[in-house]
Design a binder for this molecule. Structure first.
Ligand code: SF4
Length: 476
């Protein structure tokens, strides 16, 4: 595709953008480990890493197990305050030599780059994901975007190596318009890819909310003008720096809604653990709120309430289930209940991906399913909407069931089975809802952990391994 001209906002866009104000924020971020080493971090942060922890991390510097090169250290003051009383949050944000003990795994098991027609865009389904920022206010050690955040070189489809680039407005707008023109001209399907209209775009990164309001507004306006019907903003800022949800941000959203009332706005938020938004008493227990539920951290509750007050914004939480952070049914039960009570939908929990440098965080698929199922015991139907998702290269797949009893008479089902259901096929919508059934393997952290025990493969998740539907029966 030819390089697009610089994007020129139309009159309506300009009108929207003209009233948007950038505010200044003081996140008090500590970046890198050096300030902890030199004693230049604020006094009360000095003990965040012990001397032994720092020495162990430094001993790996420059080796292939360098945890700082794997993912740069970054933390806000707000998140540091939460970490002081939370082992889960410390695991989430503190660098540890454990991260690189096991470097097995694939570079890109979801084959994301196969779906990147333009730099900074992943186009799957009717949804596009764009990288608009290459950092967040703090860095999760388990992040799956660490190659973007750490600016690592990755192998492209053509075999060349280069860091992942960010999306450019002009290029994305040109792509959306051209894709949707061809879809309309071809009766609702793209003539080559077979995909439908690109209706939704997720602004992602990194975290779009590290950008100024004007920059975010430029994206929103340009994409709305390009015909995008739903815009999502993926952010963990409610956990890292909830003060970001200030009057200037809400003014920008209000102006956007006034200008483009038919464009949906969805905030895809990322709480991993209730310690990120609930107050604790001096004994470390959550506090009962007057009138029911638990007490929230006021600034976080105000930010969520500001979003929820705007009925045209959907707020959806999604989080991976991560070892040592939230593979805890009680924590997830509290989180789901409290989020729903505060108008945040529980959208997805994710299985970790089998990416190089993530073994320290990966919870096996079957354990993740049990953790989520246990967490949802005692929740009402509306509180327990979340499903457990795992991203196959074919598309988003639900871990729909894990049986605890043998499936008698079904070869391969002697120890029980796992049922995957294809939620969305990246290329082909009609594949939706097809299932794959495999014999259990409690150690499996990825689909490949079942490639020797496929029982039924209607969804063709194992076609890549040359195992087709009925292949096992044929082999009996
Ligand atoms: S907020 Fe998301 S993108 Fe940012 S470091 Fe954490 S997991 Fe990665």
């Amino acid at each position: 595709m030819a390089k697009a001209e610089k994007h020129v906002p139309c009159e309506r866009e300009q009108h929207f953008l003209s009233g948007v104000i950038n505010a200044k924020y003081d996140r008090q971020i500590i970046t890198g480990i050096k300030k902890f080493l030199d004693g230049n971090a604020p006094q009360d942060m000095h003990d965040f890493y012990s001397r032994d922890e720092l020495d162990a991390i430094l001993a790996l510097e420059g080796t292939d197990r360098d945890v700082l090169a794997r993912m740069p250290v970054k933390i806000t003051r707000h998140y540091f305050e939460l970490a002081k009383t939370s082992a889960a949050i410390q695991t989430l944000v503190k660098a540890s030599p454990k991260e690189t003990f096991d470097l097995d795994g694939a570079e890109d098991p979801g084959k994301q780059l196969s779906f990147s027609p333009v730099e900074g865009l992943i186009h799957k389904y009717e949804l596009g994901l764009i990288y608009v920022a290459s950092t967040c206010s703090a860095h999760c050690r388990f992040c799956y975007r660490e190659e973007l955040i750490a600016r690592k070189e990755i192998e492209r489809e053509d075999g060349t190596m280069a860091p992942k680039g960010l999306a450019q407005i002009s290029e994305i707008v040109a792509y959306v318009k051209e894709h949707n023109r061809l879809v309309a001209q071809n009766g609702g399907r793209h003539p080559e890819s077979g995909r439908e209209k690109l209706r939704e775009i997720l602004l992602s990164g990194g975290d779009p909310l590290v950008l100024g309001n004007k920059n975010i507004a430029q994206w929103l306006g340009a994409l709305a003008e390009a015909g995008i019907e739903s815009l999502r903003i993926g952010t963990k800022e409610l956990a890292f720096f909830p003060e970001r949800f200030d009057g200037s941000f809400f003014d920008m959203l209000d102006r956007f809604h006034e200008t483009y009332p038919n464009v949906d706005l969805r905030m895809m938020v990322h709480f991993s653990h209730p310690d990120e938004f609930l107050r604790k008493d001096p004994n470390g227990n959550y506090m009962q709120a007057e009138g029911g539920g638990l007490e929230w951290i006021p600034v976080t509750q105000a930010a969520v309430a500001g979003l929820a007050r705007r009925s045209w914004i959907n707020i959806e939480n999604q989080s991976p289930i991560i070892k040592g952070i939230n593979n805890d049914p009680d924590a997830l039960r509290i989180m789901q209940r409290e989020l729903k009570r505060n108008n945040v939908e529980n959208h997805y929990f994710f299985c970790g991906r089998d990416i190089v440098g993530h073994r320290a965080f990966n919870v096996p698929i079957e354990e993740a399913w049990h953790v989520l199922s246990e967490s949802q015991k005692g929740l009402s139907g509306v509180e327990a909407h979340a499903r457990l998702s795992i991203t196959h290269y074919k598309g988003k797949t639900e871990v729909a069931a894990v049986t605890n009893t043998p499936m008698h008479g079904v070869p391969g089902g002697e120890n029980g089975v796992v049922i995957f259901k294809l939620l969305r096929s990246a290329a082909d919508a009609p594949d939706r809802a097809k299932v794959t059934i495999v014999g259990r393997n409690p150690e499996a952290i990825w689909f490949s952990g079942y490639d020797d025990r496929v029982i039924f493969d209607e969804a063709e998740l194992y076609a890549m391994y040359g195992i087709g539907p009925g292949a096992l029966e044929a082999a009996q």
